[in-house]
Design a protein around this ligand. Sequence first.
Ligand SMILES: Nc1ncnc2c1ncn2[C@@H]1O[C@H](COP(=O)(O)OP(=O)(O)O)[C@@H](O)[C@H]1O
Ligand SMILES: CC(=O)OP(=O)(O)O
Ligand SMILES: [Mg+2]
Length: 404
Amino acid sequence: MIVLVINAGSSSLKFQLYEMEDESVLAKGKVERIGMESAILTYEPEGKQDVREVSEILEHTTAIRKVLDMLVHPVHGVLESAQQIDAVGHRVVHGGESFSNSALVNEEVKQEIKRLFDLAPLHNPAHMLGIQAVEANMPNVPQAVVFDTAFHQTMPPVTYLYPIPMVLYKKHKIRRYGFHGTSHAYVSERAAAFLGRPLRELKLVTCHIGNGASCTAVMDGRSYDTSMGMTPLEGLMMGTRSGDIDPAIVPFTMGKEDLTLSEVNSMLNKHSGLLAISGIGSDMREIDEARQTGDRNAALAFDMYEYRLRKCIGAYAAAMNGLDAIVFTAGVGENSASLRAAVCRNLSFLGLELDEAANDRRGSDERAITTPGSRVQVLVIPTNEELVIARDTYRLILDRNDVN
Ligand SMILES: Nc1ncnc2c1ncn2[C@@H]1O[C@H](COP(=O)(O)OP(=O)(O)O)[C@@H](O)[C@H]1O
Ligand SMILES: CC(=O)OP(=O)(O)O
Ligand SMILES: [Mg+2]
């Protein structure tokens, strides 16, 4: 069975094409700057030359058509015809309280994703465009949705409720949902396999540190608490997002700087985090380089980022009354040895002993970066959200075929 995985954002669309018999990736790529004159399509077919094309792509339907054209291209293609694609799986960031599992797309599911637009205004409308773009280009292909929030639906009320009037939860479902669940679930399972112990018996803190960043306390094999909240703005300091701040800063700043709600939202989501403190950018590579050449603002941004992450790990060790392993994953977590080292050096009170050489070693393999005697293990585990989406889609289609 051939499954196309799509992660549609407001101005981008990432994709991976899988042959599910052996879970091999046939091709992958992305379309960036959708809606702009010079959109960029990057396409990497397995065993063939990569392609980069700049053209006008004004909406998601055109983006999907371009992707399908590439997949069946006479020179760069990996398929004879787009009809070989058996199913499409989408990443959907917000599933609210309605979805604790992945689902096949039908009218009801689409209505529910639409109902959640308010809770994820940056993400869910884009996912819906992705679903509609597939419907327009491949009308008979079944689609599945895999939610970032699903893994966190096991959180108890003590961790998911906010101490604000209950009526707001009842009326508007204001609560912690958590995100990056597909990644936290995947790396937890891999961590248990790596440690050779049942996941149910482990207390883990999984750190998904990419563009967006979140930490999860995984206990009894489930998400017990996680740092992102009702939206992906809460919690850790990120590339351009503030993470936790005093909520009173919002009305105060709006008054003092005469900002609208949408301006203050944009300030916290797009103009804060590493970017705001360093004045350089949101990319950890740039920050780390600048810091090492003596840039003080970059050093401060790095230290704040590290401090807030370490505080979250410490809080979750207390929340679970114990800690067996910390897992680092996603762009920064997998690649930034200096961030991992800074976090670990400052957690020695937990009996954590960093193996500096293992931490400095580059590679995309799963590995421990602590000494064998370390009381808490620290692992680097590359995430693979696309594979989980492809697997869930595959399983849903097989189950459906069994029923029919
Ligand atoms: N070698 C590296 N060192 C430090 N940070 C890195 C490195 N490579 C990638 N990153 C960071 O990873 C981030 C992207 O993470 P990723 O998980 O791919 O994000 P997303 O999926 O949200 O786009 C980049 O912003 C960059 O800061
Ligand atoms: C939910 C979220 O923050 O996603 P991303 O890291 O892809 O921005
Ligand atoms: Mg990501």
